[in-house]
Design a protein around this ligand. Structure first.
Ligand SMILES: [Zn+2]
Ligand SMILES: [Zn+2]
Ligand SMILES: [Zn+2]
Ligand SMILES: [Zn+2]
Ligand SMILES: [Zn+2]
Ligand SMILES: [Zn+2]
Length: 315
């Protein structure tokens, strides 16, 4: 049974305006938001974790325990591969495991992120309890507590942050950034972390030596753009939600449905389109309002009334 409430809370008033019916697998290894499903792939540290793209985290794992890993570089969705134990509802094919995932390198600096650990202090993140600011290193993408970076950090004084673990990878590049400008945009704290001020990329040095870093660390020279699923321009979130639910029902009951006579299937599609139109109109009443228990109850009532109306029609 589809848990409408869970789906609605997650999706109808979604944070990201992206379509949830397009898996990013075909994009290959790209910079994107990824998630871990702990229900499908509960790997412990040292074992192989798996990740899903934004769309799959909602469409394929809506009722599972999901952990957001934020942006990761050169990573591919595992949901539609044999590495994932559950079914992907967005891709028809089961692809072989992704051999080049960054989490396969246990020595990578952000490896512990895949197991819910962050920062130099290797602690887990609890959005309910965490009171400290966290900064993301633009190189390794690990997150760090302000107080673990240094005491009395001035968060307003810089734009980008590079952690002390990453600085040695391109120290000569950072030194040239300091050397060439009187008002150079790069400073270090006593722990060896690097702060970069706004517009720092427009001031990078392009001498032959610095340019040798461009291949391995292109983000030092131009800002990275994450892959986002296509924006939801045609469907409203409500319609999108309904389609997601409908597709899941279709997939779950594929065998029952294919044995139905064709007129019954066409009827069902018409019914479904009615429901979608009405649900969309209904959701427009709540546009821009934050979901609450109250709204949740309205939605439940909507479905009850719709069911009653259909029952009346049949009788
Ligand atoms: Zn996916
Ligand atoms: Zn799952
Ligand atoms: Zn999927
Ligand atoms: Zn910390
Ligand atoms: Zn780093
Ligand atoms: Zn240089």
């Amino acid at each position: 049974m589809v848990d409408f409430d869970a789906l609605i809370t997650q999706e109808a008033f979604q944070t990201y305006p992206f379509r949830i019916d397009k898996c990013s697998y075909s994009q290959g290894y790209v910079l994107q938001r990824v998630y871990r499903c702990l229900t499908c792939n509960p790997a412990a540290e040292g074992e192989i974790p798996r990740v899903t793209c934004y769309a799959c985290s909602i469409s394929c794992h809506a009722e599972h325990e999901i952990e957001e890993l934020w942006l990761k570089r050169s990573i591919r969705c595992d949901c539609c591969t044999v590495g994932n134990t559950s079914q992907c509802f967005l891709e028809n094919e089961k692809y072989p495991v992704n051999e080049k995932q960054p989490y396969l390198d246990k020595n990578s600096k952000d490896y512990h992120n895949y197991f819910g650990k962050f920062c130099f202090c290797d602690s887990s993140y609890d959005p309910e309890k965490e009171t400290r600011e966290m900064l993301q290193c633009i190189s390794c993408f690990d997150w760090f507590h302000d107080s673990c970076i240094e005491q009395n950090i001035d968060l307003e004084s810089f734009d980008s942050f590079i952690c002390r673990n990453c600085v040695p990878n391109f120290q000569p590049f950072l030194e040239h950034l300091i050397g060439l400008e009187a008002n150079h945009p790069c400073t270090f704290n006593s722990n060896g972390d690097c702060y970069l001020q706004e517009e720092w990329r427009s001031k990078v040095c392009r001498c032959p030596n610095c340019l040798t870093f461009e291949r391995e660390f292109p983000f030092l020279f131009s800002e990275e753009t994450p892959y986002d699923p296509p924006e939801d321009v045609i469907l409203t979130p409500a319609e999108n939600l309904m389609d997601g639910v409908f597709n899941k029902i279709l997939t779950d009951h594929q065998n029952d449905i294919s044995s139905l006579p064709q007129p019954a299937i066409i009827d069902a599609i018409h019914e479904y389109n009615d429901l979608k139109t009405e649900f969309n109109a209904f959701c427009n009443n709540f546009k821009d309002k934050i979901i609450s228990e109250q709204v949740s109850k309205h939605i439940q009532k909507f479905f009850e009334e719709f069911k009653a109306k259909k029952a009346n029609k049949v009788n």
